[in-house]
Write a protein that binds this ligand. Structure first.
Ligand code: ZN
Length: 145
């Protein structure tokens, strides 16, 4: 294992052990839950919006380190961003995990999320990394309707 892999592993573990934005919003505009039954990952996202931007985000759940760390990193990346920017981040992350986008071309907010690129080597775990993001897509759909 090279140094960067070791570094990325530390980033993932840090978010897993000390999740950012953990909890539930009392006055959320949208609450959506998601699950990845293959691994037993569960997640609930609550979001509040103000003037077209995300004003607050919280998540709670249980599951493997990749699913929970991905959620924690995602909430930090999208906090206070407008819908257009959030959608672009979702697309970039999906393209990195499912396509050929290089992690070098990600937006600066996704710096820590580069640590999940190594998960691509393990197809079963890609769903773990995507869970929070797929749940976010559901939340945005629900918010708009
Ligand atoms: Zn998992």
């Amino acid at each position: 294992m090279d140094i960067s892999n070791e570094f990325y592993r530390e980033v993932i573990l840090d978010h897993y052990k000390a999740p950012r934005n953990q909890g539930k919003l009392v006055n959320a505009d949208v609450v959506v839950s998601g699950a990845n039954p293959l691994c037993g990952d569960e997640l609930e996202l609550s979001l509040s919006f103000k003037e077209g931007s995300l004003s607050q985000v919280r998540f709670h759940g249980k599951g493997c380190s990749i699913s929970q760390a991905s959620a924690s990193m995602m909430t930090e990346a999208i906090d206070k961003k407008d819908l257009e920017n959030i959608k672009e981040m979702i697309t970039q992350f999906q393209e990195m995990m499912l396509g050929s986008r290089s992690s070098d071309s990600l937006r600066p907010e996704l710096e820590e999320i580069k640590s999940l690129e190594g998960v691509k080597k393990y197809p079963v775990r890609i769903k773990c990394a995507l869970l929070a993001w797929n749940t976010l897509i559901d939340a945005l759909k629900k918010f708009k309707s």
